[in-house]
Write a protein that binds this ligand. Structure first.
Ligand SMILES: *Cc1c(COP(=O)(O)O)cnc(C)c1O
Length: 431
């Protein structure tokens, strides 16, 4: 499969080069040259396929012959080894739990898929360094996805004292080919430094990024929707997904599934008060703003990088976009009330991101009472334990994935300046 840059100012590339480049040289995002429908019989008999077989059918057209079939099946096996259950909240709203992976974030799927693809493409063992800035969730999932992948070293940069204890442990206790650096500064400073490092030709290491605009993190997110469809299609209801959205990568993958023929009625992007996209749908003006801090902080994005891909999927036509897609924004107060209501009525613990998704589902359902609305639970509530404990009377039981990291020692390097980072990256051995 060929990929082109949405700005069309860089050459078309293969899947492999798009994965290695991340961003196109013209600073725009890659997009597949064509998207084909899957067969009708696949959808009719989808309950006969395992999750791994479904994933293979979904992704193969985007890779073509660049990865041998058996290797691709192995990559999928390393990506989808946990469950994706649907939990009914009431008769017409359900939660799709995407947090049963190793770091309890839905980002585990994209991170593992990308890590395994890069591991394959790097088969000559040319040392490659993945450099990522994180405000919390991404770093942990990327670090875990790349753990033990041959020839690849991962350097995670995070703002000192600004990630939660659990998140810090997920970044700093892995060892092997993962190293963590804490910067005396903010997340924005971390991101600035990473950008600078990519352009710095005095850095001798070959470095690449693993952020969410990479096609190998974006495309495998389609798997969730097919796997969910398999579980509910026999109910013969109109299916609607509500996706808690920040950078709009996940919801964009959701809409892509429609181009493959998945019979979904409507897609909802649910956001916190970072409401660039809901505003755009309401008044037609796209006006990105600096991000605002909220309790659903993995969605604190004022300039969602993947929205350009969503516009492309609708040929930049706002009216056809609105037929299939809605976007709603909610405040922290509404989010906390939703967490309380879900817990009181259904005994279900939602994290703040899932609760935003629930609110979107609820709002849509007022006008469409017959549909089955599925909201995505994108992180386990334990990852936001302080907010959950403060909002609900219930205490969260600590799951086994998280318990194990409390026994390990945190290891990270403290830095203050860009020069420190550069010195580190130019040292002979990172570990
Ligand atoms: C990253 C993240 C999101 C937002 O996903 P996007 O693809 O960036 O829209 C939502 N919830 C959680 C818990 C996340 O970590």
């Amino acid at each position: 499969m060929r990929y082109y840059s949405l700005k069309r100012k860089s050459p078309d590339v293969s899947f492999q080069d798009a994965v290695i480049n991340g961003l196109a040289p013209d600073r725009s995002l890659y997009f597949p040259e064509s998207i084909s429908l899957l067969s009708k019989s696949f959808f009719k008999n989808i309950d006969q396929y395992t999750n791994e077989e479904i994933a293979y059918h979904v992704i193969k057209q985007f890779i073509g012959d660049e990865i041998p079939i058996d290797v691709l099946q192995g990559i999928i096996k390393n990506t989808l080894y946990f469950d994706f259950p649907i939990i009914p909240i009431n008769d017409s709203i359900s939660a799709l739990e995407l947090f049963h992976g190793p770091t309890m974030s839905f980002k585990d799927v994209g991170a593992a898929f990308m890590a395994n693809c890069l591991g394959y493409f790097n088969k000559n063992n040319n040392k490659l360094t993945v450099l990522v800035a994180t405000s919390g969730d991404t770093g942990g999932a990327v670090a875990r996805g790349f753990l033990g992948i041959k020839g690849i070293e991962v350097v995670i940069l995070y703002p000192s004292g600004k990630v939660s204890d659990i998140q810090e442990r997920q970044l700093t206790t892995l060892g092997q080919n993962i190293s963590a650096i804490q910067l005396d500064g903010s997340f924005d400073d971390c991101q600035e430094m990473v950008k600078k490092a990519f352009l710095d030709n005095q850095i001798k290491r070959k470095i690449t990024s693993a952020n969410s605009i990479n096609i190998a993190r974006w495309l495998p997110q389609m798997f969730y929707y097919f796997i969910a469809y398999k579980q509910v299609y026999k109910q013969k209801k109109d299916i609607v997904f509500s996706v808690p959205s920040g950078n709009f990568g996940n919801i964009c993958a959701a809409i892509m599934t429609k181009k493959l023929g998945l019979p979904i009625k409507h897609f909802i992007a649910s956001t916190n008060i970072n409401d660039t996209v809901p505003n755009y749908l309401a008044n037609g003006v796209y006006d990105p703003k600096p991000s605002k801090v909220t309790i659903s902080n993995a969605m604190d994005v004022g300039k969602p990088s993947n929205f350009i891909r969503i516009q492309k999927l609708f040929n930049n036509d706002l009216s056809s976009l609105k037929k299939l897609f809605s976007a709603y924004s909610f405040t922290d107060k509404e989010t906390k009330n939703a967490m309380r209501r879900i817990h009181k009525n259904s005994k279900y613990l939602a994290d703040p991101h899932g609760a935003v998704g629930y609110l979107g589902a609820k709002l849509f359902q007022k006008k469409n009472p017959k549909s089955l609305c599925i909201f995505l639970e994108t992180a386990h509530p334990v990852k936001f334990i302080d907010i959950v404990n403060e909002t609900l009377s219930e205490r969260i039981a600590i799951p086994k994935q998280i318990k194990s990291i409390f026994r390990k020692e945190k290891k990270s390097i403290k830095i203050k300046t860009y020069q420190d980072l550069k010195c580190f990256l130019n040292s002979e051995r990172l570990f």
